[in-house]
Design a protein around this ligand. Structure first.
Ligand SMILES: [Zn+2]
Length: 264
């Protein structure tokens, strides 16, 4: 009964927050995916959303831009509440206070937005490089967060690096220890260096992740596998950008990606 009432309000009086949050929670399977990020609506603000900001990291710099751009909702890949909220002090207090003072909603989606088969960071990265026949890859705490697949033809490693740099906007660090031309590729966005072992075991030609890992160097060299680090920030832009597109389509609101790169 309570739910029905809220939904009726949301469609009739410009109060569309509930509809947007319900849609995101359902599409991203927010409550079903185990994560140390507390995914979903983390801080509640305005009930009416006319414009949404998409960000990789929930941070003061992004909030201030969102306020200037007259956004009522921020969708972030990295939110501010991790492993549950134990106290509202320090930087978390500062963030929550600023968001509430400015009537801004903050919605976070971490692993659900890495692994989503269409909107997720890894699915979008696979699409950028034209990877086909996607299979789950990157077992992390019991769930696969990435994808592996094959390119339609063997492709020079350099071309894939150039494509990633161009499309994501960052710079890649490469460990070119495998074949010059690659076909089987595995992807884990963000800090996925720990999944290199799985790529080696599976005989992948090239492993793509975000953040560089000192620990990967000798493992990659000895296993003769190529590794591309395309940036933690840069590999996690495509997911929130895809969320922006779908919110525009489904809810007829304006959206804007707010670019605050960390260069990691
Ligand atoms: Zn991340």
């Amino acid at each position: 009964m309570e739910n029905k009432k809220r939904k009726a309000n949301s469609s009739s009086s410009g109060n569309n927050l509930t509809g947007i949050i319900d849609y995101l929670d359902s599409e991203l399977k927010t409550t079903q995916i185990k994560d140390y990020s507390c995914n979903g609506l983390q801080v509640q603000g305005s009930n009416s959303v006319k414009k949404a900001a998409l960000v990789v990291d929930a941070c003061m710099e992004a909030y201030k831009i969102a306020v200037k751009k007259e956004c009522q909702l921020i969708v972030a890949h990295h939110g501010i509440i991790w492993n549950g909220l134990k106290s509202i002090t320090g930087s978390v207090y500062g963030h929550i206070r600023y968001l509430i003072q400015n009537n801004l909603n903050l919605y976070a989606s971490h692993l659900p937005l890495d692994l989503h088969p269409q909107l997720g960071n890894n699915a979008r990265l696979a699409s950028i490089i034209g990877l086909k026949k996607l299979e789950p890859f990157g077992l992390y705490n019991g769930i696969n967060i990435g994808f592996e697949g094959v390119l339609p033809r063997e492709t020079k490693l350099d071309l894939i690096v150039q494509l990633l740099c161009r499309k994501l906007g960052g710079e890649c660090t490469v460990l070119p220890f495998g074949k010059d031309k690659v076909k089987r590729i595995a992807i884990v966005s963000g800090g996925g260096g720990g999944e290199l072992d799985e790529a080696i075991e599976k005989g992948i030609d090239c492993f793509i992740t975000g953040e560089t890992s000192h620990q990967n160097y000798h493992s990659a060299l000895e296993a003769e596998i190529n590794v591309i680090y395309a940036g933690h920030y840069y590999t996690e832009k495509p997911g929130v950008q895809a969320i922006g597109n779908i919110l525009e389509e489904k809810f007829n609101i304006e959206t804007e990606f707010i670019d605050v790169p960390t260069n990691f």
